[in-house]
Every structure is written in structure tokens, then in C-alpha cells.
Ligand binder design. Structure first.
Ligand code: GLC
Length: 733
């Protein structure tokens, strides 16, 4: 209310002469408020589309061609100097800027020679997923938008949002959804809004079913419509509803047809069912035929690759080919591209035009601020929030300087100056800048202030670590494993000598294992150690984030976005054949009736504990299909936040046959909400409002079918259900 009045006041004042405000301060505030009142960062889609159609009809054929194919790309990941990973030329007479696209979702990847470390290496998408925090995701995305703008770019090739299927997927660290479509939908919407608030086009990728790297350029993912609708499409639907400007179609085939020329998924599903209004670009060299423009592809990226050392020119839309297309087909694709450009108001800021973008590309963005906060602080807050405390025996954490006087810090990731396990590899790689601290450096700094002695090994041997363990009060083992685009992980183990080292030191001292990992890992040693925490590639602030939680400056607030399997049999393996059939349907991750978890999806400890009570239905002031609430109380000794997860079980699923019923998961995540920081003894009522669509199941014959009988299961994880509320969809007061 106050803002509204202030805004009116601001508008009234603005019409008056400046002398109305005696003190400059008021004038400054009025101008600040007026700035906020300025047109939003986006135009309405209808207005953008109308402008796009009008302009496209006036463009020459060659100008239309420039909008539907990339230009100036050298070879993989190395654009020409002064260019970006993806480029289209400017068309100044209509104030159409060059499209300047860069990877990727966790930071601006340095491709210009000499610019490594000039952007913030934010936590990976999976690390952001483990925050389960839409506000945090939106803040990081806004900061990314600031840095992309500073680098002269106007399109980010992210977020990557595929729902994980195979636990060993090489790009799982890059995928914001983790193993759940609802989690992905919520966080994707936040990310898209955060980036596009800054006037940068976001690109939801990879549409669709690029859930593994093995044979990624050719494999054929085959799945049911129900699997699409109730699981894998959810994040992309959310991106479309959030107004995402672009979608990148994937390399692989879907049900027999390449994704980038698959009218079923690009036109019927993405535009028809999800209401996507922007443009579809191909993944790099993922276009295979000019017919793709008839199926729903709008832009070939990177376009004709000229400098290909081996196979000569690569690409589809060479001049000789594109000229054979009807102008109407090319114009239709160009309209989609222009609609996104006008939607995001890119015409209002032409920015630099490649190759004259060297100054922007050489700029250092690591000192940038967003919403008044320094990016290095945002990166630290996000990495710290992403830390998932899996186990905390005897409440060993946070370290108590009254009890712990000497610690040893060992492990292959403890002092690794290359920061190999801070960031995943491939097109999403962002080199941490010089402010990065190794976990050992960060721990030594905090330990010194706490008067705690830190011992560190000379070498990396298991024997030396075990020897140190015999003379300290606790051992911190920092270990990690990495992953890369283009190849799936060969195992879910930690590799190296890490497992041997963990077991060796745990035999001599209370052991705290800190994992820097790209996704699910096996932990056969978990019973032998006192505490375990994980970061899913936390970026530049990984080391500092560990120290912050270890010494209690911050409480752990992360939750697992993937399940940690008991054994390698408790995951879906990577498909090794050209055809990969998603025969498990929806029954992946925690939805599987057979997979056993060492640590379940949604699990994560705080430094205190909570009790849930009094689940009940709300009817008054509900306003949606189903409103429920549960009381959460902090029954521990320290303050903390609880992340309440609401899973829905349908006790009597209706819509399909017996096989369809068997294929319906026992529970599905439908909402999550974090309490405020609760002090010991403090309680909070947590409310969940479910829409009618939340209470539906999909079957291909009947579409979405409303379910009458519902059970809401309130949990601290998918396996730690605290309260259950049985109700009926149509239940009246
Ligand atoms: C890659 C990736 C895609 C990336 C693009 C440009 O092959 O699949 O995510 O944005 O090429 O580097």
C-alpha cells in the first residue's frame, strides 16, 4: 500500500516543477521511484509480435536470412575475436541489434583470449537446485544478467533445465531441475525472470530429452506422452509461462525424429500445449535439414562454420540452400526471433556490434553489483545456501572450539589450486577468478580466528592422512569428482584414492567428509564417518562456503535435488544403444518403488531439528482448489530454517487402466516452502495452496483427469514424512 501511495505521490510531484521539493534528497527519491515506474523490462507479447510482423514484412530477403542463421562462428567454443558464441548481424535501419549469445547458465564463459577469470563463476545449476530457494535463484540470475550486459551480450544460453534421468549423466551438474519436474519448474521460472528482468534473453535448453551425453548427437529418446507431460516437460512449460524469450532444441532424436525438426515437440507441444511465444534456436550444429524451418525451428546456430579444420564447411542454411525456401517460411521464423527481441526491448539498446565488442568482452565483471550486493557476496551466499548437510553425528558441526582444538584437512580437493571440482566442464565452464580460496585456505583463515590448529599433509598419500588423523580431534576430508559435457560419468564413485583415504582416517578420528560433486555419488563409507556434506560444484566461492558452515557462520540450508543411491543398482543407467527407451516412465528417483537411497531426495539437515503437527485443510480465504497447512516447531537448541516439502499421494487414481495405475508414482512433489528462521521453541504455520492442475493425472486417452481422493504428505524429505492429511478435492467446509 505504501509503495502505491508513494508512487502516486511521485507521479504527482513529477508533474510539478522540481522546486516543489526543497531538499535534494526528496527529489532523488522521487526520481528513483519514477525510474521504478518506468516501462517494465518487457513489452507485452502481442505488441512485440505485431511489431515483429510489421518489421519482417519490410526486410529484404538477405536481412531475413541474417535473423534465421548464426554468423561468425569459428570452431567449437572459439568464436572469432570480438564475437560471441552465437551471433547474428545487426539491422540498424530497424534498430535491430546483433544477437550476442554466450554460454552459459552459471556464468559468462570467457571465450575472448585473455579473459579467463573476468566473470563470476556462480554455483552450478545443480548447486542452485539444492538451495530449493526461488529468491536465491532469481538473485543469482539477475546478477548473471548484469554481467552479460557488461560483457555486451544480450542473450544467455541458459538455463539448462532437463530433469535428470540417468544418475551418471555428464551434464547433470548443469541441469537446474535435479530429478524432479516440479522443483525444476519453480526454479526455472525464477531464473528466467531474474535474467530477463535485466533485459537479457534467456534460453531454456535442451528441448528435449537430452538427459545423457552418450551418443547425444544421434540417440533416439523414446518415451510416453505421460512421461513428457507429468515429468520432463514441467520445467519447459514453466519457462514458457515465465515468458522465456528462446528455447534451444537438442541434438538427439525424440520418438524417431531429430528434436530440431520435430514438429510434434516444437510446434504441437512447445507452442501448442505450453504457449511458448519466443524463438527456437538449434543447439550448435543440431540442425540437419532445411525442412526444420517447417517443423518449428527458427534459427540455425552457429550457422555456417567456416573454419572447420577437418570436414570443411558445416551447417545447413548456406546461401544456396536458404534461397530455395519460400520467403513466407523464412519470414515466419524471423518473426519469432524479432518477437523475442522486441519483447525484451533489445531494440532500445543496440549495444556494441561485433566485431567491435572487444572492449566489452575484455571488461572485468567480477566487481559488479546487483541490487546493491557485490557479486562475490552473492556467489558466496548462493554456494553457502547450496550446502547440503547429509549427516552430523554427535552434532559435531558446527565445530566447537571448546571441544575441537586441532584438526587435519586432507583430500584431493582440499588444496587443489586448479579448483578442478569447483566447476563442471564443457560449454558451461566458467573459470573461477583469483578471489577463489581452496577449502584449506578458507578453513585455515576461520580456524586461526577460532584459535584452532590446522594440520595439513605434505603429500596426498592415504598413509600420511591416516598418520595425521592419530594426532587431531577431527579430520576434514575434502574430496571431489568432476564431470563434463560430451561424456557421461563412468562411475558414481569418487575415484582417485578418496574412498581409501576416508576409511583410513575415519579409523583414527571423528571424520567430516566434504564432497564437491557433479551429481549423485555412492558413499559405501557413510557409516564410518561422523559428518557428511556436499556441494554440487559451488563455483568460485566453494572453499569459503565450506568454512562458513563448518564454523557456524551460516547454517546449512540445502536439500538434495537428487537421491544418493544405496548402490549402483538403485539408479537408471545411461543408455548405451542408439535407441534409449524411457520404459520406467515416471518412476525415476524417489518415485521408483524399488530404488533404495543412502540419502533420499529432499534430505538435508540443519543445526537444529523440527517437529510438524496439526495438518489441516483451509477453506476460508482459500481461493484455489486445495489449501492446507501444517505447524512447524523448532525443537532443537539452535535457530534454523525448515524446508517443508508437500508430496501428494493419490490413493485411488482414476483415468487409466491397471497398468496406468501401476505406473502412477506413490508420491509426487507438488510444493515446497521454507520457514523463516525459527528460534528454539518457536513455531510457524506453513500453508500450501494447490491449483486444480496440481490434483490431476495425465493419461493419453483422456488427457488431464482430476483426482478426487488426495493425501498431502508433509515431509522433511521424500522418505521422512512427518504428517499426512487425507482430503477430497471437492471437500466442502
Ligand atoms: C553445446 C551445448 C550447448 C551450448 C552450445 C554453444 O554443444 O550443447 O548447451 O550452449 O553448444 O556452446
Amino acid at each position: 500500500m505504501a509503495f502505491r501511495h508513494f508512487a502516486i505521490f511521485a507521479v504527482i510531484l513529477a508533474k510539478a516543477e522540481p522546486e516543489v521539493c526543497e531538499e535534494p534528497h526528496h527529489l532523488h527519491l522521487v526520481q528513483r521511484q519514477l525510474q521504478l515506474l518506468r516501462a517494465p523490462s518487457t513489452r507485452p507479447w502481442e505488441e512485440a509480435r505485431a511489431a515483429a510482423k510489421s518489421v519482417a514484412s519490410k526486410l529484404a530477403n538477405e536481412e531475413l536470412y541474417d535473423l534465421v542463421r548464426g554468423s561468425h562462428f569459428a570452431w567449437y567454443g572459439s568464436p572469432d575475436p570480438g564475437y560471441y558464441v552465437g551471433n547474428t548481424p545487426a539491422i540498424p535501419r530497424f534498430r535491430i541489434p546483433a544477437l550476442k549469445m554466450q554460454d552459459a547458465a552459471q556464468g559468462f564463459r570467457a571465450t575472448e583470449v585473455g579473459t579467463a577469470g573476468t566473470t563470476t563463476s556462480f554455483p552450478s545449476m545443480l548447486a542452485l537446485a539444492s538451495t530449493w530457494d526461488e529468491d536465491m535463484v532469481r538473485l543469482v540470475a539477475s546478477a548473471l544478467g548484469t554481467e552479460y550486459k557488461g560483457k555486451g551480450a544480450n542473450c544467455i544460453l541458459g538455463p539448462s533445465i532437463n530433469v535428470h534421468r540417468a544418475a551418471a549423466g555428464g551434464r547433470n551438474f548443469e541441469y537446474l531441475s535435479g530429478e524432479d519436474g516440479h522443483l525444476g519448474a519453480k526454479l526455472t521460472a525464477a531464473y528466467v525472470k531474474g535474467v530477463q528482468d535485466q533485459g537479457i534473453i534467456a534460453t531454456a535448453k535442451h528441448f528435449a530429452f537430452n538427459e545423457q551425453e552418450t551418443n547425444r548427437m544421434s540417440m533416439d529418446a523414446r518415451m510416453s506422452e505421460r512421461s513428457q507431460e507429468e515429468l520432463y516437460y514441467l520445467p519447459f512449460r514453466a519457462a514458457a509461462e515465465a515468458g522465456v524469450g528462446a528455447v534451444m532444441c537438442a541434438y538427439n532424436k525424440v520418438n524417431g525424429t531429430y528434436a530440431c525438426q520435430n514438429s510434434e515437440i516444437l510446434t504441437a507441444d512447445l507452442r501448442g500445449k505450453m504457449g511458448f511465444s519466443g524463438f527456437v534456436m538449434s543447439d550448435w550444429t543440431a540442425m540437419h535439414s532445411k525442412d526444420a524451418l517447417h517443423a518449428g525451428l527458427d534459427q540455425e546456430q552457429p550457422g555456417m562454420i567456416k573454419k572447420v579444420p577437418v570436414v570443411g564447411e558445416v551447417g545447413v542454411l548456406a546461401d544456396s540452400v536458404i534461397k530455395t525456401l519460400d520467403r513466407s517460411v523464412v519470414e515466419n521464423a524471423a518473426v519469432h526471433v524479432l518477437t523475442a527481441i522486441f519483447r525484451l526491448r533489445l531494440d532500445q539498446d543496440m549495444g556494441c556490434t561485433p566485431p567491435n565488442c572487444t572492449q566489452e568482452l575484455m571488461s572485468d565483471q567480477t566487481k559488479a553489483t546487483t541490487r546493491g550486493e557485490r557479486h562475490e557476496d552473492i556467489a558466496l551466499r548462493a554456494a553457502t545456501s547450496s550446502i547440503v548437510l547429509l549427516k552430523n553425528g554427535n552434532s559435531l558441526l558446527p565445530l566447537d572450539k571448546g571441544k575441537v582444538h586441532r584438526i587435519a584437512v586432507v583430500g584431493n580437493a582440499s588444496a587443489d589450486e586448479t579448483h578442478r571440482t569447483f566447476v563442471g566442464k564443457g560449454s558451461g565452464f566458467v573459470q573461477p577468478d583469483s578471489s577463489a580460496k581452496t577449502p584449506l585456505q578458507a578453513i585455515e583463515e576461520k580456524a586461526a580466528k577460532a584459535g584452532m590448529q590446522v594440520l595439513k599433509p605434505e603429500g596426498a598419500s592415504v598413509e600420511e592422512a591416516a598418520s595425521l588423523a592419530q594426532s587431531v580431534d577431527a579430520v576434514v576430508v575434502v574430496v571431489g569428482t568432476d564431470a563434463s559435457e560430451g561424456v557421461d560419468r563412468s562411475s558414481l564413485g569418487l575415484g582417485d584414492t578418496s574412498e581409501a583415504m576416508i576409511k583410513a582416517v575415519a579409523a583414527h578420528a571423528p571424520t567430516i567428509v566434504l564432497l564437491q560433486i557433479p551429481g549423485a555419488v555412492l558413499m559405501p563409507w557413510r557409516e564410518e564417518v561422523a559428518a557428511i556434506a556436499c556441494q554440487f560444484m559451488g563455483g568460485v566461492a566453494t572453499g569459503a562456503a565450506w568454512a562458513s558452515v563448518l564454523f557456524g557462520d551460516a547454517a546449512p540450508r540445502g536439500r538434495l535435488p537428487v537421491m544418493m543411491p544405496e548402490t549402483s543398482a538403485d539408479v537408471i543407467p545411461v543408455g548405451q544403444d542408439e535407441e534409449v527407451v524411457y520404459s520406467e516412465g515416471l518412476l525415476t528417483s524417489y518415485r521408483s518403488p524399488t530404488f533404495r537411497a543412502a540419502f533420499p531426495f529432499g534430505h538435508g539437515l540443519a543445526f537444529t531439528s523440527f517437529e510438524y503437527s496439526g495438518p489441516h485443510r483451509l477453506h476460508k480465504d482459500c481461493g484455489v482448489a486445495v489449501c492446507v497447512a501444517v505447524l512447524v516447531k523448532n525443537v532443537g537448541q539452535r535457530s534454523g530454517e525448515e524446508l517443508v516439502q508437500a508430496y501428494v499421494h493419490f490413493p485411488d487414481p482414476v483415468g487409466g487402466d491397471e497398468a496406468w495405475i501401476q505406473a502412477t508414482p506413490d508420491i509426487m512433489l507438488k510444493a515446497f516452502r521454507r520457514t523463516k528462521v525459527l528460534h528454539p521453541g518457536e513455531s510457524q504455520t506453513v500453508r500450501f495452496d494447490f491449483s486444480a492442475s496440481d490434483m490431476k493425472l495425465f493419461c493419453s486417452e483422456r488427457g488431464w483427469v482430476a483426482q478426487q481422493k488426495i493425501e498431502v504428505r508433509f515431509g522433511a524429505s521424500s522418505k521422512d514424512i512427518r504428517q499426512t492429511l487425507a482430503t477430497e478435492l471437492a471437500e466442502s467446509e
